[in-house]
Design a protein around this ligand. Structure first.
Ligand code: FAD
Ligand code: EPU
Length: 348
């Protein structure tokens, strides 16, 4: 598709044949048939009252850091740009902060750390927006988003109105929520309310966080220290999308029964795994690495040489080339270990 003239609906400009290369962290050069930015809840509501938009295919896009475009997008991309945050309550040492969906996730973490409000610091430097953060219940370095979500507001496209979801309504689990499963495509998250600690509780459960703090000689870490250490570990392991296209972990870490884990462990004593309730979560990066894929390259589609769970665009890879590589990896891991990997990235 080539860029063409924009059209208007309800006072908003819908650009036609819009390039997406700068709007997804894989850097895949695809086009969207229609592209519009929404910066208020009112304009989102207005836009979705246009039958052409509501009836046709459309996709909400945040920062495009968890998406793989395998083709041009034939519908309308609605870019979430609704900004703002406010304290809605303050009680018993907790701050209740309502944040609009279009805010940048790591700006929120930096702001909370600067205020001295604890809770989000282990989730430092994760790309993306606040509105996307509950979709897969983002997690890293010993914290999952759900621990700090009180409620969220989402526009229900079927009912044409905003619905409030409590924490439990969101059905959070590892890299999943109601919005990525049965509620997929029906709701647009417009704001999330977080519960933060005025007296932070420091979480250094994740091994490498504790080790790095020790190396720095910090024995009584602050949330600012934790943020610094998490940022430093992430920079050393994960490629910066501005330099090397990627979407973080391509697959989820597979959860298997204790029996399957024990059988695998008997054959591969160095297998890396963590308890997950009565089951075990295997390190997918270890499985892919052991299957021989680390640093592999086919054309411009590759496997990161420092972290085998991260697929990378080394230049001008297409989404289909990345997906072809992902399937080859999945088949090879299945054949070698009998474990099926499930993509974490949203494949379009
Ligand atoms: P997008 O990619 O734009 O969208 C993701 C999905 O959510 C799409 O299906 C989209 O339609 C939908 N969506 C977006 N906004 C809304 C909305 N407001 N309402 C309804 N649906 C919506 N993730 C982790 O959990 N932990 C990590 O440590 C981590 N590290 C990463 C490191 C790197 C280098 C990269 C590139 C990614 C990493 N990720 C990680 C994945 C990614 O950062 C998260 O999934 C993030 O929440 C995606 O946000 P986004 O705004 O880019 O979403
Ligand atoms: N490993 C290898 N080889 C590799 C990669 C990993 O052997 O090439 C082994 C290492 O032993 C390592 C273990 O796997 O100790 C786990 O690796 P790492 O600590 O890097 O974490 P991960 O399980 O690969 C998960 C998340 C990340 C998150 C980190 C830190 C998933 C799918 N991924 O990665 O999230 O940042 O833990 O908490 O759960 C993302 O979701 O996009 C993401 C980057």
């Amino acid at each position: 598709m080539k860029a063409a003239k924009p059209r208007h609906t309800r006072g908003m400009i819908i650009k036609e044949n819009h390039p997406l290369g700068n709007l997804n962290t894989f850097g895949i050069e695809a086009y969207a048939r229609g592209y519009v930015e929404v910066s208020t809840e009112e304009s989102l509501r207005e836009l979705l009252s246009d039958n052409e938009i509501l009836g046709g295919s459309h996709l909400i896009l945040g920062q495009g850091s968890n998406i793989l475009f395998t083709d041009d997008y034939e519908g309308t991309i609605i870019r979430m740009m609704i900004k703002g945050r406010e304290i809605v309550a303050r009680k018993e040492g907790k701050i209740f902060l309502k944040v609009m969906a279009g805010e940048v996730w790591d700006d929120l973490v930096a702001y909370c750390v600067a205020q001295g409000w604890g809770g989000l610091e282990n989730l430092s430097l994760i790309p993306g927006q606040v509105g996307s953060s509950p979709i897969q219940n983002i997690g890293a370095y010993g914290t999952e988003l759900e621990t700090h979500v009180v409620s969220l507001e989402a526009f229900d496209k079927q009912k044409g109105k905003v619905t409030v979801f409590s924490h439990d309504d969101c059905q959070f689990s590892y890299r999943n929520s109601f919005f990525k499963s049965s509620g997929k495509d029906r709701f647009i998250i417009t704001s999330v309310t977080f519960k933060l600690d005025e007296e932070p509780v420091i979480n250094t459960r994740y091994g490498s966080v504790a080790q790095e703090l020790e190396k720095m000689g910090v024995s009584n870490p602050t949330i600012s220290d934790v943020r610094e250490v998490v940022c430093s570990i992430r920079r050393s392991k994960l490629p910066d999308p501005d330099v090397l296209g990627n979407a973080g972990s391509f697959f989820k870490n597979p959860v298997v029964s204790l029996k399957s884990y024990q059988d695998l462990k008997a054959n591969y004593p160095e297998l890396v795994a963590y308890p997950a309730g009565k089951d075990m979560k295997l390190a997918a990066g270890w499985l892919i690495d052991k299957a021989g894929w680390k640093g592999f390259r086919q054309g411009d589609a590759g496997v990161h040489d420092k972290q085998a769970l991260v697929l990378v665009n080394l230049g001008k890879a297409t989404g289909r080339e990345i997906l072809k590589l992902a399937y080859a990896i999945r088949n090879s891991v299945e054949k070698k270990f009998g474990v099926t990997l499930e993509p974490e990235v949203n494949i379009m």
